[in-house]
Ligand binder design. Structure first.
Ligand code: CTP
Length: 482
């Protein structure tokens, strides 16, 4: 390890008042203290960050207590004695204090032996060179950069590299393999070859990491500007089938009788990137990632039709609760939203290929409801054919669908449509218990409105209900005589 011969000074980066308070305390306590880790990295990358990590060669808890005292009653201090760390929250700032430590791992245990250490020991145990940068807080060296592993150079060259032998860094905490890929995707950096190869070698160790920590990283990959960067690295390093087998199953092509199909993994991540260009909505991005997830299970080859993936949207939508459960994604309305988009993702395109009837457009509006705009973003991104003629035709037809959706919504207000007659009224009118007949009548009224047979009005719906009930042989209405 080589120290910078002439330390660079970045006191200009530490102009916020919080740093001068920290500096005063560091000197009052007579302890070497540094801002370290992600905050410093982000300062140089001009990424705003509110979470400051401070490392003290001494007690992090004592420094946090002194800091909270200085800030007064609006500061909120939390002490984690077992970990030797403490946190102070003040307005929108969050400062984390930790004593510099040395960690050593025994092969038979995942838990490290932690001892007090020097700044150098502390930097050694960090995950990547760009995350090991420290800026001194003490007055005589205020703003001095301590960069023992060439983190600044790596930052300039856009390199993700571990400070120590990557096999050690990754086996100490296998989540770091995901973090490395996440940083590459999030920051637009490249994994250094040795770091990349170590992930390939250590990938199986990911099995000891909790699903919650994995999904955190996956969501950060999803939210990066080009999520495909992260997914390609997950694939190339071999992590993908271990953390997300359903997505890995989309990989590959097959050719029979000279007829091939596209690689659905490559197609999928292209669609995610395209959605990411227009929307920051994490769940819309998840819908893009999962839109073709049912394809491997529905793939068939037919001499006449070639490759087919019949009903892959239904099958895919059915797979989603299972995937969300295993991945520890939320099992709430977000899941329902993803399921709905996966289920409907073919509809606008199928619509655009047929003659576009008002009735089909009304049905789509009814089923998609307020998510119609997101569905259209997904469908538009789904057009990735290499055949430019085909893409042009799709896009033109798509424009017609969009216009039609707009016209019909303006005219009929179908998006949040509720049929004017509900089940309760049907039961009371015909003196029926809850039954299939009630459901059938309700569906018939809804269909008649969506198909434009009757207008979306109460009187018309009531007349239609009476007529339909008579046809269906449903009991005569209350208060009438034969
Ligand atoms: N760190 C590490 N190994 C981990 C997690 C964190 O070495 N598995 C170190 C890194 O030095 C990191 C610092 O702890 O910079 C703070 O971690 P954290 O706040 O989780 O990550 P950041 O790097 O700040 O990035 P982000 O906030 O984007 O997760």
């Amino acid at each position: 390890m080589t120290r910078n011969p002439e330390p660079m000074n970045y006191s200009d980066k530490l102009q916020a008042p919080v740093f001068s308070i920290l500096s005063d305390i560091a000197d009052e306590m007579g302890k070497e203290s540094y801002v370290i880790g992600g905050y410093v990295r982000d300062l140089f990358l001009h990424r705003p960050s509110k979470d400051i990590d401070v490392v003290v060669v001494g007690s992090g808890i004592e420094m946090a207590q002194a800091f909270a005292r200085k800030l007064g009653k609006h500061a909120h201090l939390s002490v984690f004695k077992n970990f030797g760390t403490a946190q102070v929250k003040y307005k929108d700032l969050e400062v984390e204090f930790v004593g510099a430590r040395r960690e050593s791992y025994r092969h038979d245990s995942r838990n490290p032996i932690v001892e007090d250490g020097t700044l150098e020991d502390d930097q050694n145990r960090r995950d990547f060179t760009i995350n090991a940068l420290a800026l001194c807080l003490n007055k005589n060296r205020f703003g001095e950069l301590v960069d023992p592993f060439g983190g600044m150079e790596d930052m300039e060259n856009l390199i993700i590299r571990t400070p120590l032998d990557p096999d050690i860094t990754f086996s100490d905490d296998p989540l770091r393999m995901m973090r490395g890929i996440r940083f590459a995707s999030q920051l637009g950096f490249y994994l250094e070859l040795g770091t990349f190869e170590a992930i390939e070698r250590n990938k199986e160790r990911i099995s000891i990491i909790s699903r919650e920590r994995i999904i955190d990283e996956l969501n950060k990959i999803m939210l990066s500007r080009r999520p495909s960067v992260g997914f390609l690295l997950l694939d190339k390093t071999g992590l993908l089938p271990l953390i997300f087998p359903e997505l890995a199953a989309l990989k590959g092509t097959q050719t029979i009788d000279g007829c091939g199909h596209k690689d659905n993994f490559m197609h999928t991540i292209t669609v995610v990137d395209k959605v990411a260009e227009t929307s920051d909505n994490l769940w819309l991005r998840w819908a893009a990632l999962l839109h073709d997830i049912g394809k491997p299970r529905t793939k068939r080859y037919d001499k006449r039709l070639g490759w087919t993936f019949h009903n892959h949207n239904f099958v895919g939508a059915k797979m989603i609760p299972g995937i969300f459960k295993t991945m520890k994604l939320p099992l709430n309305d977000k899941m329902k939203y993803v399921q709905k988009l996966v289920n409907l993702h073919m509809r606008p395109i199928v619509l655009s290929e047929d003659e576009i009837t008002d009735s089909a457009v009304r049905r789509l509006l009814f089923e998609a409801g307020n998510d119609i705009d997101d569905l259209m973003v997904l469908c538009n991104a789904d057009i990735t054919s290499k055949n430019q003629e085909k893409v042009k035709r799709y896009r033109q037809n798509f424009q017609i669908v969009r216009q039609k959706l707009k016209d019909i919504e303006e005219k009929d207000r179908i998006r949040n449509f509720q049929p004017p007659i509900n089940g309760q009224e049907i039961m009371e009118t015909f003196n029926l218990p809850p039954s299939n007949q009630v459901g059938d009548l309700k569906a018939a009224i809804k269909d008649a409105i969506l198909d434009g047979i009757i207008p979306n009005e109460y009187e018309a719906a009531r007349a239609f209900m009476l007529q339909k009930a008579a046809e269906m042989g449903i009991g005569k209405p209350e208060g009438t005589t034969a």
